[in-house]
Design a protein around this ligand. Structure first.
Ligand code: BEZ
Length: 187
């Protein structure tokens, strides 16, 4: 499943002035920052929920057996905690490549712990992208994740690392923790 978004993303938010930009991470970017950054701060965004509804054909699964990774779904009253990074524009070239399977850049308001607010970019895989798998019961999502692996490693490793990182952030994400519980075989 390939919907290569690199060119679309490059045109969405041109950063011709070369100034640093805030990037909000809510998934693997929380625990895997494989890029240089100027500043890293805990942050939250409002009106979005994290969901394992995006198929992973190139990282945690394969075209024949896709895994599942997170995207954001709009939900009134929801709050999603994550990690914000202030980065130079070149970092987006790297991220556009890393997240090329269906994720688009969006601009959002992000809030820091001291309630200061700023605009920043994040990546969302919207329901109309070709790799979107959509809603399923957490037990089914966990079963798919348990049997999936791809070039970036086993899919369950992604969930376990994310759940651990969210615990450190104090984000009680019941969707993620429920999938983790199934993967660990807990009753
Ligand atoms: C993130 O961790 O914010 C992220 C999730 C999916 C794609 C790109 C970034």
């Amino acid at each position: 499943m390939t919907t290569n978004t690199i060119e679309i993303n490059r045109l969405r938010y041109p950063m011709d002035d070369g100034k640093p930009v805030w990037l909000f991470g809510y998934g693997s970017l929380i625990f895997k920052a494989d890029f240089p950054y100027l500043e890293r701060r805990e942050a939250r965004i409002e009106g979005w929920s994290r969901r394992f509804w995006q198929g992973s054909y190139d990282h945690r699964g394969t075209p024949e057996a896709p895994g599942r990774v997170v995207t954001l779904i709009e939900e009134e009253g929801a709050c999603c905690r994550g990690m914000a990074y202030r980065v130079s524009p070149e970092v987006f070239t790297h991220l556009d490549f890393r997240e090329k399977n269906g994720y688009l850049r969006f601009m959002v308001a992000m809030h820091f712990a001291d309630n200061r607010q700023t605009q920043g970019l994040l990546y969302i895989a919207a329901p109309d992208n070709a790799a979107f798998l959509g809603q399923a019961h957490e037990s089914e999502i966990a079963a798919q994740i348990a049997r999936s692996r791809g070039p970036s490693g086993p899919n369950d490793e992604y969930v376990l690392k994310l759940a651990e990182a969210l615990r450190e952030l104090g984000d009680h994400d019941s969707h993620v923790f429920e999938i983790e519980r199934h993967l660990l075989g807990e009753e």
